[in-house]
Design a binder for this molecule. Structure first.
Ligand code: SAJ
Length: 459
């Protein structure tokens, strides 16, 4: 495992004992939160030989894991089934202690932490209704750890959060009974970099950033991750690691907003923004291609920058780039609905009563996740204009958003032919763009999918 060289610091006896258990993969690891981040991590650690317990509040997920049934795209059920063993009705703590190396057990009971040497927190960090950080899940998980914390325990937070969370919020919770971080217990932040559905970069070959509260915390956390990840990169503090993650995703949100604004400019200038971007992308250095679209969705990019902006507001600083990017990205659904309205108007059809088919509602292609998807905003805007709105998405059988629930059209060809206007919102690879272009009477293509397909397949 290639890790930038860090001299092993002085370790207390407790730390030395924990380090030995980690190095021998005997350390019992608890992963809190078995979602798209926690489950692959728990599986990777169990496959590396650690005894692993997954602590998950959703009993359905607990039962599925213990049946060896995966609900996360990046984990095959066969992989899971090879690792789990029925808990034979024992209490979580008991069954966990009986767990042999290389096995995974799921439970909803925080008591399993009593037997854990390591606790890794991988719970969601959404925004609340006022688009401010909602860290209730992190605090609940940390409280669960605090109630079962014991000397010799390493705690790692992976959930994306604002700089300061680990040291200012979690550390006092863990030290409240007199245990001291760096001596009796150990604490670090290490951001997740899971990209669901990606096969070129996996948990094993995506470099892992680690920021420890003390050198011993850093060393122990680095030792742990080195057992499953090829490259572990130490930084000087948990806040540095927290900020690193936010820079990564804020960088994306702002650059996507930039190309979305370039698209608005090209529209005013009568230029083809896609041709402009493809031409700029021929520059072999100093340019990174992003593409305009219907807006941004997902559980990371639309949300993470707001964690940073919120923290800076508490320090009387206005994160202007984040603010502006959010305005532009959030405006894109309205921009595209106006395009639909203009296109129907040109053929003397009002939006009201027109049959409009949205193609693709997932937040990006070839996945089934609709969280924060701009397609939902586009559908809601068109519903509010009294359109006869339908959608088709092979990955998303039903959607429910605010006041409406819908199902994907069963017959794609028929739905395309019967639509007054087809709006391409998510360019799933499975769509036959030539066939859709032939059957549709009017197309608004927010992803330039048809032109890109034609260019890629023209002789
Ligand atoms: N989008 C654009 N134009 C672009 C890129 C994305 O409009 O040029 C839109 C997408 O359609 C989507 C949203 O932005 O609605 C977010 O897309 P994303 O490609 O950033 O995908 P995510 O949200 O799955 O981001 C994840 C992140 N991974 C982690 O946080 C660990 C992100 O850091 C990754 O860079 C990204 O995957 C990736 O590269 O796939």
């Amino acid at each position: 495992m290639n890790t930038q060289s860090t001299q092993p610091p002085h370790l207390s006896e407790t730390a030395q004992s924990l380090r030995a258990r980690i190095a021998k993969r005997q350390a019992a690891v608890a992963v809190l939160g078995l979602g798209y981040v926690g489950l692959p991590l728990a599986v990777a650690l169990a496959e590396a030989g650690f005894p692993v317990v997954g602590i998950e509040i959703d009993e359905r997920k607990v039962d599925a894991v213990n049946r060896g049934e995966s609900y996360v795209k990046d984990v095959a059920s066969e992989q899971l089934a090879a690792l789990v063993r029925p808990a034979q009705g024992k209490s979580a703590a008991a069954s966990h202690s009986s767990l042999s190396a290389g096995h995974l057990l799921a439970t909803a009971d925080y008591a399993a932490l009593q037997g854990a040497d390591v606790a890794i927190i991988c719970v969601p960090t959404p925004l609340n209704k006022t688009r401010d950080p909602d860290i209730r899940y992190v605090l609940a998980a940390a409280e669960g750890v605090a109630q079962h914390i014991h000397p010799g325990m390493l705690i790692v937070l992976e959930s994306t959060t604002y700089p300061g969370t680990t040291e200012e919020l979690l550390r006092p919770m863990f030290e409240r009974n007199g245990l001291r971080v760096g001596h009796d217990i150990f604490l670090a932040f290490s951001p997740e970099r899971i990209d669901p559905g990606r096969s070129d970069y996996t948990i094993h070959n995506t470099p892992k950033i680690v920021g420890g509260v003390t050198p011993a915390c850093l060393h122990l956390t680095t030792t742990l991750y080195e057992s499953i990840i090829e490259e572990v990169i130490p930084v000087s503090s948990p806040a540095t690691a927290e900020m690193t993650k936010l820079l990564e995703n804020t960088f994306r949100a702002i650059n996507i907003a930039l190309v979305n604004e370039i698209a608005l400019m090209c529209d005013k200038l009568g230029l083809d923004v896609w041709e402009v971007i493809d031409a700029a992308a021929t520059k072999p250095y100093g340019f990174m291609k992003f593409t305009p679209g219907p807006g941004i969705g997902g559980h990371c990019i639309p949300l993470d920058p707001h964690y940073l902006a919120w923290k800076l507001r508490t320090l009387n600083y206005n994160a202007r780039f984040i603010q502006l990017a959010d305005e532009i990205n959030s405006e894109m659904p309205r921009y595209w609905v106006a395009k639909v309205q203009d296109a129907l108007n040109d053929i003397s059809k009002p939006v009201k009563g027109s049959r409009i088919l949205v193609l693709g509602v997932a937040y990006k292609k070839d996945i089934d996740d609709v969280r924060e998807s701009p397609a939902l905003d586009i559908i809601e805007l068109l519903r509010n204009k009294r359109a006869d709105i339908r959608y088709h998405d092979p990955y998303v059988p039903t959607i429910s958003h605010n006041a409406f629930r819908m199902s994907s059209e069963p017959d794609l060809e028929k739905a395309v032919e019967e639509a007054d206007c087809v709006v391409i919102v998510t360019d799933h690879s499975c769509y036959d763009w030539d066939d859709i272009a032939r059957r549709a009477s009017l197309i608004i293509d927010t992803r330039n999918a048809i032109q890109r397909h034609r260019r890629a397949h023209s002789p």
